[in-house]
Design a protein around this ligand. Sequence first.
Ligand code: NAG
Ligand code: NAG
Length: 311
Amino acid sequence: MNIKAERSWLMLFFPNCTSMKTFSFLVTSAVLMLLLAAGYTSAYKPVILVHGVLSGPSSFKNLTRFIKKAHPGTEVTAIDLFNNEESTEPMWEQIDGFAKVIQEIMDKSPEGVHLLCYSQGGLICRGVLSKLPNHNVQNFIALSSPLAGQFGVTEMLHEIIPVSGRKLVYLLCYRQFAQMHISICNYWNDPLRRVKYLKFNNFLPLLNGEKAHGKMAEWKKNFLRIKKLVLIGGPDDDVITPWQSSQFGFYNNNETIIEMRKQMFYRKNTFGLKTLDTRGDLIMCTRSGVKHTEWHSNKKVFKKCIQKWFD
Ligand SMILES: *[C@@H]1O[C@H](CO)[C@@H](O)[C@H](O)[C@H]1NC(C)=O
Ligand SMILES: *[C@@H]1O[C@H](CO)[C@@H](O)[C@H](O)[C@H]1NC(C)=O
């Protein structure tokens, strides 16, 4: 095709394009735009968001906006699964469901993805990261998650656990029926009922390696594929109890808070926490003045604790 023929062919589509100058300008701009678009999509890794209990993907509207504004072109997926009432389904079942969706996104993102999981979602994501052998999650952010368990029935949780007084909840939760039907019972950690917790809780003691099992080494290896673990929480949360659980601290049997590095699962490195810490890949970000339902919508939390890990 000679230039003249190409020009007249082009003029069928762009009748206003009268000179070669305009034509080459159009081509140059199109190429530039393509290059820019390619640059944008490859600059930031995709971000996957997993919601908390009694909630769904719409809770991440503000966070999605923050991410896209700070890092234009980032592909953000708030997973639409086990929403609202369905979020109280047992943890292992939810983990299998979320793992499938996360795997599909990872298959399309060979450069790796980042994962941010809120509240209960943090435990779901730890389960996913432990069970998926070839995941390519780079940075994993647990945003106000009860990582060492929950020992408090706040107003919000009262909808699900109709027991007042946290010292009685074990009567409901540490039974097979509750373990098979109520997600919160899967991470209910009553420090005064340690023997029952280890015997009847079929989720958290396994995930944290507090109860030995055959998959421990494999889960630890899988989990340690992440590059960074970021733990965000704070004293004014009012739902996660104790709030230090968001950074792996918890009560001992006289209800004194024992910090992460003194916990048995850390010392024995049962699931890789100590390895991450020694590697320099464990980051804690503590913010006061943030209520539980505000973590994902608070701009300062995003700027100070989240943004830099979504590279
Ligand atoms: C988004 O932020 C605004 C202002 O802080 C807040 O009122 C709203 O509830 C937030 N949306 C969600 C879904 O959390
Ligand atoms: C509670 O446990 C802490 C840490 O083990 C200990 O220092 C403290 O003395 C204990 N308090 C009581 C009342 O037993």
